[in-house]
Design a protein around this ligand. Structure first.
Ligand code: HEM
Length: 140
């Protein structure tokens, strides 16, 4: 390879790699500084274990279509329902596990919180994470 081509090649590599590396460093810094607001011991791993145990956390024996009137009644720390993407979940047990704190969910409890949920984290798979908390579809 001529030196002309060699220099072209190495230049392309360094400009391509450096912004990526800088981005990775920033991401690492952000992650290590990130404070979570879940209760002590209420980790994502513990939540996954609880869900995988299959214990029914929905508070109902069988799923049923939930009207907005019914949903509205479940707006406390002791009895907290939330609708996301057409499904209603009883998230009372999940509250202390929420990485951004129980308050954030409680603020949007008892309503269709799809918009706020998607804004915060459209990548979170609530259907899987809350499968044992499912109360029923949100009625039209
Ligand atoms: C319906 C039940 C919900 C579940 C299962 C859930 C789950 C999660 C999970 C797993 C995370 C960590 C995400 C990560 O590590 O990147 C998280 C963070 C967060 N959640 Fe939720 N969430 C729920 C409801 C909500 C609602 C209603 C809001 C209202 C805005 C909200 C706002 C946030 C925020 C702001 C964060 C922090 C995001 C960040 O650090 O970048 N969540 N949630």
């Amino acid at each position: 390879m001529s030196s002309f081509f060699k220099s072209l090649f190495s230049k392309r590599e360094s400009t391509k790699e450096e912004p990526e590396r800088a981005g990775l460093e920033k991401q690492k810094k952000r992650k290590s500084k990130k404070k979570t607001k879940n209760e002590p011991g209420c980790t994502q791993e513990k939540w996954d274990e609880l869900v995988e145990s299959g214990e029914n956390l929905s508070g109902v024996d069988h799923p049923f279509p939930v009207t907005k009137e019914e949903l509205k009644k479940h707006n406390t720390k002791e009895d907290c329902w939330i609708a996301v993407r057409g499904k209603v979940y009883n998230v009372t047990t999940y509250l202390p596990y929420h990485p951004d704190g129980a308050k954030k969910i409680l603020k949007h409890a008892a309503i269709d919180a799809t918009g706020q949920y998607m804004k915060a984290h459209d990548y979170v798979n609530e259907e899987e994470m809350l499968k044992t908390c499912f109360v029923g579809p949100l009625a039209e």
